[in-house]
Ligand binder design. Structure first.
Ligand code: TA6
Length: 279
Protein backbone atom coordinates (compact mmCIF):
# COMPACT_ATOMS: atom_id res chain seq x y z
CA UNK A 1 0.00 0.00 0.00
CA UNK A 2 1.29 3.49 -0.93
CA UNK A 3 2.10 5.19 2.36
CA UNK A 4 4.24 8.18 3.26
CA UNK A 5 6.25 8.80 6.44
CA UNK A 6 3.31 10.64 8.07
CA UNK A 7 0.72 7.97 7.20
CA UNK A 8 -0.08 4.72 8.99
CA UNK A 9 -2.96 2.25 8.69
CA UNK A 10 -5.08 1.57 11.77
CA UNK A 11 -8.08 -0.73 12.02
CA UNK A 12 -11.38 0.12 13.72
CA UNK A 13 -13.76 -2.82 13.92
CA UNK A 14 -14.01 -3.98 10.27
CA UNK A 15 -12.53 -0.89 8.68
CA UNK A 16 -9.05 0.22 7.64
CA UNK A 17 -8.31 3.85 8.41
CA UNK A 18 -5.45 5.99 7.16
CA UNK A 19 -4.00 7.96 10.06
CA UNK A 20 -2.05 11.01 8.93
CA UNK A 21 0.09 12.96 11.41
CA UNK A 22 2.40 15.61 9.96
CA UNK A 23 3.85 18.94 11.13
CA UNK A 24 0.63 20.78 10.27
CA UNK A 25 -2.24 18.56 11.39
CA UNK A 26 -3.52 15.09 12.10
CA UNK A 27 -6.35 13.46 10.13
CA UNK A 28 -8.10 10.15 9.57
CA UNK A 29 -9.53 8.82 6.32
CA UNK A 30 -11.56 5.60 6.33
CA UNK A 31 -10.91 3.44 3.30
CA UNK A 32 -14.56 2.41 3.70
CA UNK A 33 -16.34 5.19 1.89
CA UNK A 34 -13.27 7.32 1.19
CA UNK A 35 -14.58 8.99 4.31
CA UNK A 36 -12.62 11.64 6.20
CA UNK A 37 -13.28 11.17 9.93
CA UNK A 38 -11.00 13.67 11.63
CA UNK A 39 -9.04 16.84 11.01
CA UNK A 40 -7.08 18.51 13.84
CA UNK A 41 -4.72 21.36 12.93
CA UNK A 42 -1.63 21.44 15.12
CA UNK A 43 -1.84 25.19 15.72
CA UNK A 44 -4.90 24.81 17.95
CA UNK A 45 -5.32 21.03 18.28
CA UNK A 46 -9.07 21.53 17.86
CA UNK A 47 -11.05 18.78 16.09
CA UNK A 48 -13.04 20.31 13.25
CA UNK A 49 -15.18 17.28 12.38
CA UNK A 50 -17.90 15.45 14.31
CA UNK A 51 -18.39 11.68 14.30
CA UNK A 52 -21.29 10.11 16.18
CA UNK A 53 -20.19 8.04 19.20
CA UNK A 54 -22.82 5.55 17.95
CA UNK A 55 -21.50 5.45 14.38
CA UNK A 56 -21.24 1.95 12.91
CA UNK A 57 -17.87 0.80 11.56
CA UNK A 58 -19.27 -2.44 10.15
CA UNK A 59 -18.23 -1.79 6.56
CA UNK A 60 -21.89 -1.86 5.50
CA UNK A 61 -23.65 1.30 6.74
CA UNK A 62 -22.31 4.76 5.88
CA UNK A 63 -20.42 6.17 8.86
CA UNK A 64 -22.44 8.82 10.72
CA UNK A 65 -20.26 11.90 10.76
CA UNK A 66 -17.02 13.10 9.20
CA UNK A 67 -17.33 13.87 5.48
CA UNK A 68 -19.54 11.34 3.65
CA UNK A 69 -19.01 11.38 -0.12
CA UNK A 70 -22.42 11.73 -1.77
CA UNK A 71 -22.09 10.81 -5.47
CA UNK A 72 -23.44 10.61 -8.24
CA UNK A 73 -26.66 11.92 -6.69
CA UNK A 74 -27.60 13.89 -3.57
CA UNK A 75 -30.43 12.85 -1.25
CA UNK A 76 -33.02 10.42 -2.58
CA UNK A 77 -32.64 9.28 -6.20
CA UNK A 78 -35.01 11.28 -8.41
CA UNK A 79 -36.64 8.26 -10.08
CA UNK A 80 -35.40 5.02 -8.50
CA UNK A 81 -36.61 4.38 -4.94
CA UNK A 82 -34.67 1.10 -4.82
CA UNK A 83 -31.23 2.75 -4.64
CA UNK A 84 -29.66 4.28 -1.52
CA UNK A 85 -29.84 7.95 -0.70
CA UNK A 86 -26.71 9.96 -1.48
CA UNK A 87 -25.44 7.51 -4.11
CA UNK A 88 -23.36 4.37 -3.88
CA UNK A 89 -19.71 5.31 -3.24
CA UNK A 90 -19.87 6.07 0.50
CA UNK A 91 -20.49 2.36 1.17
CA UNK A 92 -17.69 1.02 -1.01
CA UNK A 93 -14.14 0.25 0.02
CA UNK A 94 -11.82 2.75 -1.68
CA UNK A 95 -8.24 2.33 -2.73
CA UNK A 96 -5.29 4.70 -2.48
CA UNK A 97 -4.02 5.91 -5.85
CA UNK A 98 -1.16 8.03 -4.53
CA UNK A 99 0.23 9.66 -1.42
CA UNK A 100 2.89 12.33 -1.25
CA UNK A 101 4.55 14.55 1.34
CA UNK A 102 4.89 18.16 0.20
CA UNK A 103 6.20 21.27 1.94
CA UNK A 104 2.60 22.18 2.86
CA UNK A 105 1.41 18.80 4.10
CA UNK A 106 0.32 15.31 2.98
CA UNK A 107 -1.59 14.70 -0.25
CA UNK A 108 -3.59 11.52 -0.76
CA UNK A 109 -5.74 10.54 -3.76
CA UNK A 110 -8.27 7.73 -3.59
CA UNK A 111 -10.95 6.20 -5.77
CA UNK A 112 -13.92 3.93 -5.13
CA UNK A 113 -13.89 0.33 -6.33
CA UNK A 114 -16.24 1.37 -9.09
CA UNK A 115 -17.80 4.63 -10.26
CA UNK A 116 -20.57 2.71 -12.04
CA UNK A 117 -23.77 1.65 -10.33
CA UNK A 118 -27.54 1.31 -10.53
CA UNK A 119 -29.17 4.68 -10.91
CA UNK A 120 -26.40 6.35 -12.94
CA UNK A 121 -25.95 6.01 -16.70
CA UNK A 122 -22.76 8.04 -17.02
CA UNK A 123 -19.32 6.54 -17.76
CA UNK A 124 -17.27 8.49 -15.22
CA UNK A 125 -14.30 8.19 -12.91
CA UNK A 126 -14.58 9.70 -9.45
CA UNK A 127 -11.40 10.45 -7.53
CA UNK A 128 -10.99 12.14 -4.17
CA UNK A 129 -7.95 14.33 -3.58
CA UNK A 130 -7.25 15.20 0.06
CA UNK A 131 -4.54 17.58 1.28
CA UNK A 132 -3.86 17.58 5.01
CA UNK A 133 -1.98 20.75 5.94
CA UNK A 134 -2.79 23.86 7.98
CA UNK A 135 -6.13 23.52 6.16
CA UNK A 136 -7.98 20.41 5.03
CA UNK A 137 -8.55 20.61 1.29
CA UNK A 138 -10.90 18.08 -0.29
CA UNK A 139 -11.57 17.78 -4.01
CA UNK A 140 -14.12 15.47 -5.57
CA UNK A 141 -13.06 15.10 -9.21
CA UNK A 142 -15.56 13.68 -11.72
CA UNK A 143 -14.10 12.87 -15.15
CA UNK A 144 -16.36 11.98 -18.07
CA UNK A 145 -14.85 8.89 -19.76
CA UNK A 146 -17.83 8.34 -22.02
CA UNK A 147 -18.76 9.50 -25.49
CA UNK A 148 -21.63 11.77 -24.43
CA UNK A 149 -22.05 14.56 -21.86
CA UNK A 150 -23.17 13.39 -18.41
CA UNK A 151 -25.02 15.15 -15.59
CA UNK A 152 -24.63 14.36 -11.89
CA UNK A 153 -25.20 15.69 -8.38
CA UNK A 154 -22.97 15.32 -5.33
CA UNK A 155 -21.99 16.68 -1.94
CA UNK A 156 -19.17 16.80 0.54
CA UNK A 157 -21.60 16.12 3.38
CA UNK A 158 -19.43 17.55 6.14
CA UNK A 159 -20.37 17.16 9.82
CA UNK A 160 -18.74 19.91 11.88
CA UNK A 161 -18.02 19.66 15.60
CA UNK A 162 -19.53 22.48 17.67
CA UNK A 163 -19.79 23.02 21.41
CA UNK A 164 -23.55 23.79 21.46
CA UNK A 165 -25.99 24.11 18.55
CA UNK A 166 -28.00 26.59 20.61
CA UNK A 167 -25.01 28.96 20.67
CA UNK A 168 -24.15 28.35 17.03
CA UNK A 169 -24.37 30.86 14.19
CA UNK A 170 -23.68 30.34 10.48
CA UNK A 171 -22.29 33.37 8.65
CA UNK A 172 -22.10 33.91 4.89
CA UNK A 173 -25.49 32.90 3.48
CA UNK A 174 -27.95 35.55 2.36
CA UNK A 175 -30.25 34.34 -0.41
CA UNK A 176 -33.23 31.95 -0.48
CA UNK A 177 -33.27 28.30 0.52
CA UNK A 178 -35.53 25.32 -0.12
CA UNK A 179 -36.79 23.91 3.20
CA UNK A 180 -37.12 20.10 3.20
CA UNK A 181 -38.92 20.24 6.56
CA UNK A 182 -41.59 22.52 5.04
CA UNK A 183 -42.38 20.77 1.77
CA UNK A 184 -39.39 22.30 -0.03
CA UNK A 185 -40.96 25.77 0.13
CA UNK A 186 -38.64 28.71 -0.46
CA UNK A 187 -37.67 31.04 2.40
CA UNK A 188 -35.20 33.87 2.98
CA UNK A 189 -32.07 33.04 4.94
CA UNK A 190 -32.55 34.21 8.54
CA UNK A 191 -30.17 36.83 9.90
CA UNK A 192 -28.60 35.96 12.28
CA UNK A 193 -28.58 32.34 11.13
CA UNK A 194 -29.18 30.44 14.36
CA UNK A 195 -30.68 27.02 15.15
CA UNK A 196 -33.69 26.05 17.26
CA UNK A 197 -35.37 23.16 15.37
CA UNK A 198 -34.78 20.46 12.76
CA UNK A 199 -32.99 22.21 9.91
CA UNK A 200 -32.74 20.68 6.43
CA UNK A 201 -32.15 23.34 3.80
CA UNK A 202 -30.71 23.66 0.32
CA UNK A 203 -29.39 27.21 -0.06
CA UNK A 204 -29.47 28.18 -3.74
CA UNK A 205 -26.31 30.27 -3.74
CA UNK A 206 -22.57 29.72 -4.16
CA UNK A 207 -20.81 31.50 -1.31
CA UNK A 208 -17.05 31.15 -1.43
CA UNK A 209 -16.61 31.44 2.33
CA UNK A 210 -18.74 30.51 5.35
CA UNK A 211 -18.03 30.72 9.08
CA UNK A 212 -19.46 28.48 11.79
CA UNK A 213 -19.18 30.08 15.19
CA UNK A 214 -20.43 28.63 18.47
CA UNK A 215 -19.33 31.34 20.85
CA UNK A 216 -16.10 29.46 21.60
CA UNK A 217 -14.53 28.41 18.31
CA UNK A 218 -14.76 29.38 14.66
CA UNK A 219 -14.59 26.96 11.74
CA UNK A 220 -14.10 28.33 8.23
CA UNK A 221 -15.56 26.56 5.20
CA UNK A 222 -14.56 27.61 1.70
CA UNK A 223 -16.17 26.12 -1.40
CA UNK A 224 -15.76 26.10 -5.17
CA UNK A 225 -17.47 24.16 -7.97
CA UNK A 226 -20.81 24.07 -6.10
CA UNK A 227 -24.29 25.27 -6.99
CA UNK A 228 -25.67 25.12 -3.46
CA UNK A 229 -24.89 24.79 0.22
CA UNK A 230 -26.88 22.28 2.29
CA UNK A 231 -27.39 22.94 6.00
CA UNK A 232 -28.65 20.11 8.23
CA UNK A 233 -29.27 19.48 11.87
CA UNK A 234 -31.68 16.62 12.70
CA UNK A 235 -32.63 18.09 16.08
CA UNK A 236 -33.89 15.93 18.91
CA UNK A 237 -36.80 13.90 17.48
CA UNK A 238 -34.82 12.74 14.43
CA UNK A 239 -31.70 12.12 16.55
CA UNK A 240 -33.75 9.80 18.77
CA UNK A 241 -35.00 7.95 15.66
CA UNK A 242 -31.49 7.35 14.27
CA UNK A 243 -29.77 4.25 15.65
CA UNK A 244 -26.29 5.62 14.90
CA UNK A 245 -26.96 8.93 16.65
CA UNK A 246 -27.18 9.57 20.39
CA UNK A 247 -30.52 11.06 21.46
CA UNK A 248 -28.76 14.37 22.19
CA UNK A 249 -26.27 14.01 19.33
CA UNK A 250 -27.75 17.00 17.51
CA UNK A 251 -26.46 19.36 20.21
CA UNK A 252 -22.81 19.17 19.13
CA UNK A 253 -22.92 18.90 15.35
CA UNK A 254 -23.89 20.89 12.28
CA UNK A 255 -23.72 19.76 8.65
CA UNK A 256 -22.59 22.42 6.18
CA UNK A 257 -22.33 20.71 2.82
CA UNK A 258 -20.68 21.93 -0.35
CA UNK A 259 -22.95 20.46 -3.01
CA UNK A 260 -24.30 20.19 -6.52
CA UNK A 261 -28.06 19.68 -6.18
CA UNK A 262 -29.33 21.04 -9.50
CA UNK A 263 -27.35 18.96 -12.01
CA UNK A 264 -23.77 19.55 -13.14
CA UNK A 265 -23.02 18.71 -16.77
CA UNK A 266 -19.57 17.29 -17.57
CA UNK A 267 -18.60 17.25 -21.23
CA UNK A 268 -16.72 14.31 -22.79
CA UNK A 269 -13.14 14.09 -21.45
CA UNK A 270 -13.80 17.02 -19.08
CA UNK A 271 -13.43 16.92 -15.28
CA UNK A 272 -15.65 18.78 -12.79
CA UNK A 273 -14.13 19.55 -9.40
CA UNK A 274 -16.13 20.16 -6.24
CA UNK A 275 -13.89 21.54 -3.52
CA UNK A 276 -14.24 22.25 0.17
CA UNK A 277 -11.46 23.76 2.30
CA UNK A 278 -11.80 23.54 6.08
CA UNK A 279 -9.77 25.56 8.55
O1 TA6 B 1 -27.90 16.59 3.82
C1 TA6 B 1 -29.11 16.52 4.49
C2 TA6 B 1 -29.73 15.14 4.31
O2 TA6 B 1 -30.10 14.95 2.96
C3 TA6 B 1 -30.91 15.02 5.27
O3 TA6 B 1 -32.16 15.06 4.60
C4 TA6 B 1 -30.65 13.68 5.97
O4 TA6 B 1 -31.23 12.62 5.25
C5 TA6 B 1 -29.11 13.65 5.95
O5 TA6 B 1 -28.78 14.11 4.65
C6 TA6 B 1 -28.46 12.35 6.33
O6 TA6 B 1 -28.67 11.38 5.36
P1 TA6 B 1 -28.12 9.86 5.64
O7 TA6 B 1 -28.54 9.08 4.43
O8 TA6 B 1 -26.64 9.97 5.79
O9 TA6 B 1 -28.78 9.45 6.94
Amino acid sequence: MLLTDSTTIITRQNIQILHIDNGFASAEISLFGGHILSFKPKHDDSERLWVSPNALFDGKKAIRGGIPICWPWFGDHQSNSKVAAHGYVRTQTWQILSSEETDTGTSITLKPQTSAGDGFEGDAQLTLAVHVGQQLKIQMRTTNLGDAPLTYNCALHSYFAISDIKQCELLGLSKQYSDKTRGYQMFDTPQPYQFSEETDRVHLEQPKALTITDGKNKTYVRSTGHDSIVVWNPWQKKSISMGDMADDGYLTMLCVETAITHGQEVKVDDTHILEQIIS
